[in-house]
Design a protein around this ligand. Structure first.
Ligand SMILES: Cc1cc2nc3c(=O)[nH]c(=O)nc-3n(C[C@H](O)[C@H](O)[C@H](O)COP(=O)(O)O)c2cc1C
Length: 327
């Protein structure tokens, strides 16, 4: 994840698709590249590190094919706290062809953080140092981290700055919220601004980029940022990265519908039974609905659907309403 852009005709910033567990999974990413694109790389939702020398292939199913999303680079993400578990995972990833991996130091869920994983890694400087050391040794030249500002308050990342700066990280992705905030409330841009020049590694900003205007505003405030990671905004508006790059999306409604239908077809082919398919599609609509007229009503009906037939009826009606609005 170097700060340099790679694609032809692209501008001089990097765009990264954020990991959203249960949402930006392989089926989503593959279809995203097919219908939209615009991101240089994606960080995959986290995979837990495990004890032992062998990593079961099932654990890496979501990242089994590093080339499936080309030209968007895929970077697997680990979550864990035991440095001894990092090397076997890195080895399994290298065997698949990966040369990069990311460590989750930001997951805010209490049951994760309490055990010293995710954002909980920030609590203990020595534990953090050992994980960074293990990651850099296991994936030399290709190890990055994703962090938050802290757990209960916004000063812990600043305290750990020297630890991060001991290591040759490819980049540090900063989501400027505390774990306590989860994904709500304001991002703390002032705290981000004061941390930005202190990192030795290139910094990637992540949080609440929902429109091209949001991006432009943040970019002009933080010209020193090497890359921009977008999660929920890109699921709600899959054309967002293209908009940011000033590219047009021909026939937007039709493209969105084809993308949606391809996701649905692939989930049906890949998952067992209607319940997990419904689960995935409901989660997707949790973001997508905002672009639709009467989005909340659509979301309510879709979330109440108990069968695929019911879901199909409500989603088709939603796209018809979009057509009637000349979207
Ligand atoms: C449902 C959901 C799942 C997430 N899963 C992960 C994950 O697996 N790894 C990770 O580092 N962050 C994860 N995140 C955090 C996002 O990557 C991102 O940091 C956060 O959503 C803020 O960026 P955004 O405002 O652009 O969405 C998740 C967030 C949500 C809402």
């Amino acid at each position: 994840m170097s700060p340099k852009s790679t694609g032809p005709g692209l501008t001089d910033f990097r765009l990264l698709l954020a990991p959203l567990r249960g949402v930006t999974v392989a089926v989503f990413r593959r279809n995203f590249v097919r219908f939209y694109g615009g991101f240089d790389a994606a960080v995959a939702p986290f995979v837990p590190t495990v004890s032992g020398d062998r990593v079961r292939p099932a654990l890496l199913r979501d990242v089994a094919d590093p080339a499936a999303e080309a030209p968007m680079e895929l970077v697997p993400q680990l979550i864990g706290k035991d440095p001894a578990h990092v090397a076997p995972m890195a080895e399994a990833l290298r065997a698949l062809g990966y040369r990069r991996m990311n460590l989750n130091c930001g997951c805010p869920w209490k049951f994760v953080a309490k055990k010293g994983r995710g954002s909980g890694l920030l609590r203990d400087a020595d534990a953090l140092r050992r994980m960074l050391e293990a990651g850099c040794a296991a994936m030399p030249g290709g190890f990055s981290v994703k962090v938050r500002l802290g757990l209960d308050s916004a000063d812990l990342l600043a305290e750990r700055m020297d630890v991060f700066n001991e290591f040759p990280l490819v980049c540090v992705v900063v989501h400027p919220r505390t774990a306590k905030q989860m994904y709500e409330g304001e991002v703390d841009l002032d705290a981000f601004e004061s941390l930005l020049p202190r990192f030795r590694a290139p910094v990637v900003y992540n949080g609440d980029i929902r429109t091209a205007a949001d991006f432009r505003r943040l970019r002009s405030r933080f010209p020193g940022v090497a890359g921009w990671m977008i999660g929920r905004g890109a699921v709600a508006d899959p054309a967002l990265a293209l908009r940011i790059r000033g590219k047009s999306v021909p026939n937007e409604r039709e493209t969105l519908r084809r993308f949606h239908d391809a996701l649905y077809a692939d989930y049906r082919a890949e998952l067992f039974g209607p319940a997990p398919v419904l689960g995935r599609m409901k989660e997707l609509w949790g973001y997508l609905h905002a672009r639709f007229p009467d989005g909340r009503g659509i979301l309510r009906r879709i979330q109440r659907s108990t069968s695929l037939a019911e879901f199909e009826r409500h989603s088709a009606a939603a796209f018809e309403r979009l057509a009637s609005q000349n979207y």
